[in-house]
Design a protein around this ligand. Structure first.
Ligand code: NAD
Length: 357
C-alpha cells in the first residue's frame, strides 16, 4: 500500500503563492512517480492572515501545523504591513511558528550549479562544485541568552549554551553528514569563549557515535576566510546561532542567486521548509519569480522530513538538468540562457523532467 503524507502549506505574501504553487506541481509529479500520496492543508500566516483574520499567526494555523508531517512555506511580509506594531507584523507570525514547532536547527545548503558559476562574484574555479550544508543552532546562544540589558551607558547580552542544546544540534549535523560526504566542521571561538569550549567538548563527544564521520574544528574568523578562499573544503558546517547567522549568509552568496537556495528549520516536531529569500513584493504578480528555491525546499522536505530520499534526489536532478538545458527565469537570464521562462513554465518544466527521468 502506498504511503500517505499530510503537508501543511503556507503560501504567505508577495511571490509566496506563485512559487509555492510550482513546488506543489513538482511534488505531485514526484509523488506519482514514486507511488506515495500527498494531502495538502493550507494555513494562513503573515500579511495574508492579518488581512483575513486580524493576526499574523491565527490559532487555526498553530493547531493545524501540529497535525501534519511537514510544513512547506513560501514567504511573508511586504510594505502593506510595515507600519503595524511589532506584535502584529508578519514576521512575528513566522517567529511564533518556529517557536511553537521548536525548530532548533536551521539547515542552509549552499550549492553552486555548474551552469551558473558565472553568477557568483568569486572566480569559477573557486566555486565550481561547491556543495556545503550549514547547520545553524537556531533557538539558543546570544540572541536568546539571559541576562540581557540595555542602558544608554552600558548594554550587554549573554552567550549561553547548555550541554543538551549542543548535543542535539551536533547530532543533527552528524546525521546529515552521514547522508552526504561524511565530513563535519564545527565552528566556534574556543580560544576566547568558555561557551565555545563546552561546544567543542560536546561536539567531540557526539562524534564518537559517528566513527565514519571525519570531524575538524575551526575558529569562526578562520571559517569566514576559508569560505571565501577555498569553499570546496567544506561538507557540513555546524555552528551556534550568531556565527551561523553570519556564515550561512556568506555561504549562500557563493552561488550568487537568491532565487535558487532552499532551507529547512527542523527540531523534534514538524519541520518548516522554505526558500531563503523573502516575499519579493517588487516582482509579485508578474510571473517572473524564480520558483527553484521553493522547489528545492520541497526536495529538502522529502529528504529530511519524510525520508523519501529517492524522490528528493529526483527533484534535485531535475533542477540540475533543467538548468543544464538552458531554461532560465529572468533573475538568472544573464547566464547561458537558451530560453527565458515564466514562474509557472519553470515549475511545469521541472515537473516534466521529474516524470520523464
Ligand atoms: P527579498 O528576498 O524578498 O528580495 C530581495 C531581492 O531579491 C528583490 O529584488 C527580489 O525581487 C529578489 N528576489 C527574491 N526572491 C526572488 C525569486 N524567487 N526570484 C527572483 N527574484 C527574487 O528581500 P527584501 O526585499 O529585503 O524583503 C521583502 C519582504 O520579504 C519584506 O517584507 C521582508 O520582511 C520579507 N522577508 C521575508 C522572509 C521570510 O518570509 N522568511 C525572509 C526575508 C524577508
Amino acid at each position: 500500500m502506498s504511503k500517505n503524507y499530510k503537508i501543511g502549506v503556507i503560501k504567505g505574501d508577495g511571490i509566496g503563492p506563485e512559487i509555492v504553487d510550482e513546488a506543489i506541481k513538482v511534488l505531485d509529479s514526484v509523488a506519482a512517480k514514486f507511488d506515495f500520496n500527498i494531502e495538502y492543508k493550507e494555513f494562513l500566516l503573515g500579511g495574508a492572515a492579518i488581512d483575513e483574520v486580524g493576526v499574523p499567526l491565527p490559532e487555526e494555523t498553530l493547531n493545524g501545523v501540529k497535525k501534519v508531517d511537514a510544513v512547506l512555506f513560501g514567504a511573508i511580509g511586504g510594505p502593506k504591513w510595515d507600519n503595524l506594531p511589532r506584535e502584529l507584523r508578519p514576521e512575528t507570525g513566522l517567529l511564533g511558528l518556529r517557536k511553537e514547532l521548536e525548530t532548533f536547527a536551521n539547515l542552509r545548503p549552499a550549492v553552486v550549479y555548474d551552469e551558473l558559476v558565472n553568477a557568483s562574484t568569486l572566480k569559477p574555479e573557486v566555486i565550481k562544485g561547491v556543495d556545503i550544508m550549514v547547520v545553524r543552532e537556531l533557538t539558543g546562544g546570544i540572541y536568546f541568552g539571559e541576562p540581557r540589558e540595555y542602558t544608554p551607558q552600558r548594554a550587554y547580552n549573554t552567550m549561553v549554551y547548555t550541554r543538551e542544546e549542543i548535543k542535539r544540534i551536533a547530532k543533527v549535523a552528524f546525521d546529515i553528514a552521514m547522508k552526504r560526504d561524511k565530513r563535519v566542521t564545527s565552528v566556534d571561538k574556543a580560544n576566547v569563549l568558555e561557551v565555545s569550549q563546552l561546544w567543542r567538548e560536546v561536539v567531540q563527544e557526539v562524534s564518537k557515535d559517528y566513527p565514519e564521520v571525519e570531524l575538524n574544528h575551526m575558529y569562526v574568523d578562520n571559517a569566514a576566510m576559508q569560505l571565501i578562499r577555498e569553499p570546496k573544503q567544506f561538507d557540513v558546517i555546524v555552528t551556534g546561532n550568531i556565527f551561523g547567522d553570519i556564515l550561512s549568509d556568506a555561504a549562500s552568496m557563493l552561488s550568487g542567486s537568491i532565487g535558487l537556495l532552499p532551507s529547512a528549520s527542523i527540531g523534534s516536531k514538524v519541520g518548516i521548509y522554505e526558500p531563503i529569500h523573502g516575499s519579493a513584493p517588487d516582482i509579485a504578480g508578474q510571473g517572473i519569480a524564480n520558483p527553484i528555491a521553493t522547489i528545492a525546499s520541497a526536495a529538502m522536505m522529502l529528504k529530511y522530513g519524510l525520508n523519501e530520499l529517492e524522490a528528493a534526489k529526483a527533484i534535485e536532478n531535475a533542477i540540475k538538468a533543467v538548468l543544464a538545458d538552458g531554461y532560465r527565469t529572468k533573475d538568472i537570464s544573464a547566464y547561458d540562457a537558451k530560453e527565458i521562462v515564466t514562474t509557472t513554465e519553470m515549475g511545469s518544466i521541472i515537473a516534466n523532467y521529474v516524470s520523464k527521468a
